[in-house]
Write a protein that binds this ligand. Structure first.
Ligand code: NIG
Ligand code: FE
Length: 411
C-alpha cells in the first residue's frame, strides 16, 4: 500500500539524520522542505523531498496538500486519561481560594477521582478513555503515554492498567502504560503511609509485572505526597520488575524529586515548576528528559518552570499535556504548543521539537515516531490552509488540523 502526499506547501520536522532527542541549541533546529512530497509505504515513511525531485510513482492513494503544512503528529508523554468523573466542583473551590494541596488534605483531589473510578466497571472506564483518546487523536496526537493512579488499591489499579492494555490493542496510536500506584495516599493509610508504600512494592508491583501491564513506574514525589525515600524504594522495586522510572517531581516544592529520578535513570522527570540551580545541574549529562506540563501550571496558576534557563544550560526540554481531571482537563497538544511559546518563551521551532521528538524520547519511542524520517511510522497531520508553521502556536485556541494519518492510514 503506497500513499503519496504531494504539493505540500511546507513539510515540517524532517530529519535526514534522525536523532533520539534535541537538547540546548539543537532545539532551535527544525528542518523543513518547501513545495514537498511525502511518500508512504506499508505504514512507514519511504521518502520525502522537493516536488522537483519527485519521480513517477505508482501510488494507491494520492493526497493533494496544496496550501497546507504537513507536520509530525504530537507525542503526548504524560497523561492520566483513565478516570470516571470530572472535578469541576473543586475547580470552583480553587477559584474561591482553596489550594490544590488543601483540597487533597481534606480527601478531595486524587482521592475523589479514585472513589468514582473504583465504582466504575472496566468497560465503562474503557469507553470513557477511548472517547478522550479519539478526541485528542483528531486534534493531532499520534502517540501517548497513559498512567494508572486513580485506583489506589491492587484490584482497582489492575483494572485501570487492563483498560490501558485494551486501548493499546484497539487504537492506531502508539501507546505506553505507566503504573502510578503511588499517586495519592488513601485515607486509611494517613499517618502511616509507609504501609501503603509496602503494599505498592510487595503486592501491586509483582501483580502488575506478572500480567505485563506496565512499561514504566511512576511516583508522585512531592511535598504532601510521597517522600524521596518512598520514591527510591518504589523505583527500585519497579526496576527489579522491568519497569523504567518516569516520575512526577517538583510540582509543589523543591523536593529532591529531580535528583531521585536522575539517580534511578528515569526516562523523564515531569512538572518541574520548582527548579533550583542544583536541579538543572543534576540533569546535565543524564539520560533523563525534563518534561514541563504547561496545562497544569495554567490551570493551577503555578509558577512557570524555567524552560529557557534549562535550554540555555544545554538541556533538552519536552512539553506534554498532563491530561487529567484535577490539574489539566485538556489533552489539546495544539494548545500546549501555543503555551510553550506564549508563556515559556520557546521559539516555534523549539516548541515543535518539545512536543514531538522530545516527548517521543520521554516515552521511549523516538526511534519510531516524533519526526518525519525515512523508516519511521507515517504519523503526520495535514493542516488547514495556513501561511506558515509559526501560525500553529500563534493562533491559540483554533483547531488548525484538517486530516490526521497514523501508520499511513487516515483516521
Ligand atoms: O500530574 N500531580 C499529580 N498528579 C496529577 C494530578 C492528579 C489529580 O489531581 O487528579 C498531575 O497534575
Ligand atoms: Fe501528571
Amino acid at each position: 500500500m503506497r500513499t503519496l502526499v504531494k504539493n505540500i506547501k511546507e513539510l515540517v520536522g524532517v530529519e535526514s539524520t534522525p536523532q533520539l532527542r534535541k537538547q540546548g541549541k539543537e532545539m532551535a533546529q527544525l528542518e523543513t522542505v518547501k513545495d514537498a512530497y511525502l511518500l508512504v509505504e506499508d505504514g512507514k515513511i519511504k521518502a520525502f523531498g522537493p516536488m522537483s525531485g519527485l519521480k513517477e510513482v505508482n501510488a494507491d492513494c494520492v493526497v493533494d496538500a496544496a496550501g497546507r503544512m504537513v507536520m509530525p503528529t504530537f507525542c503526548d508523554s504524560h497523561t492520566h486519561i483513565v478516570y470516571a468523573n470530572s472535578r469541576e466542583h473543586e475547580f470552583v473551590d480553587k477559584i474561591r481560594g482553596l489550594s490544590y494541596e488543601e483540597i487533597a488534605k481534606r480527601g478531595g483531589g486524587i482521592l475523589n477521582s479514585a472513589k468514582a473510578t473504583a465504582a466504575a466497571s472496566e468497560d465503562e472506564l474503557y469507553d470513557m478513555a477511548k472517547q478522550r483518546l479519539d478526541d485528542v487523536m483528531r486534534m493531532g496526537t499520534g502517540a501517548i503515554e497513559i498512567k494508572s493512579g486513580y485506583g489506589l488499591s491492587t484490584e482497582s489499579e489492575l483494572k485501570l492498567l487492563r483498560v490501558i492494555r485494551r486501548l493499546k490493542e484497539t487504537s492506531p496510536m502508539t501507546i505506553k502504560s505507566n503504573f502510578l500506584g503511588a499517586h495519592g495516599i488513601p485515607m486509611e493509610y494517613r499517618g502511616h503511609q509507609e504501609d501503603y508504600v509496602d503494599l505498592v512494592i510487595n503486592e501491586m508491583i509483582p501483580r502488575v509485572a506478572d500480567e505485563g501491564l506496565a512499561d514504566f513506574i511512576d511516583v508522585f514525589c512531592d511535598q504532601g505526597f510521597f517522600t524521596v525515600e518512598d520514591t527510591a524504594r518504589i523505583l527500585e522495586a519497579g526496576i527489579k520488575h522491568g519497569m523504567r522510572p518516569k516520575i512526577h517531581a517538583n510540582e509543589m516544592a523543591v523536593s529532591g524529586g529531580v535528583q531521585v529520578g536522575v539517580k534511578y535513570n528515569a526516562i523523564s522527570v515531569d512538572h518541574l515548576e520548582q527548579m533550583g540551580d542544583a536541579e538543572i545541574e543534576c540533569l546535565k549529562g543524564s539520560d533523563t528528559m525534563p518534561t514541563i506540563l504547561p496545562g497544569c501550571a495554567f490551570f493551577l496558576n503555578l509558577p512557570l518552570s524555567p524552560a529557557r534557563r534549562m535550554i540555555e544550560a544545554g538541556l533538552p526540554v519536552a512539553m506534554a499535556s498532563d491530561y487529567n481531571p484535577g490539574t489539566s482537563p485538556s489533552g489539546n497538544m495544539q494548545l500546549v504548543l501555543s503555551m510553550a511559546c506564549i508563556r515559556y518563551r520557546l521559539t516555534p521551532e523549539e516548541a515543535i521539537n518539545a512536543t514531538t521528538l522530545n516527548t517521543a524520547y520521554a516515552m521511549g519511542v523516538s526511534d519510531e515516531v516524533g519526526s518525519i524520517a525515512v523508516g519511521k511510522r507515517a504519523n503526520f497531520y495535514i493542516t488547514k490552509p495556513i501561511a506558515s508553521y509559526e501560525y500553529m502556536p500563534y493562533a491559540y485556541g483554533e483547531n488548525k488540523v484538517e486530516r490526521v494519518f497514523l501508520n499511513g492510514v487516515e483516521i
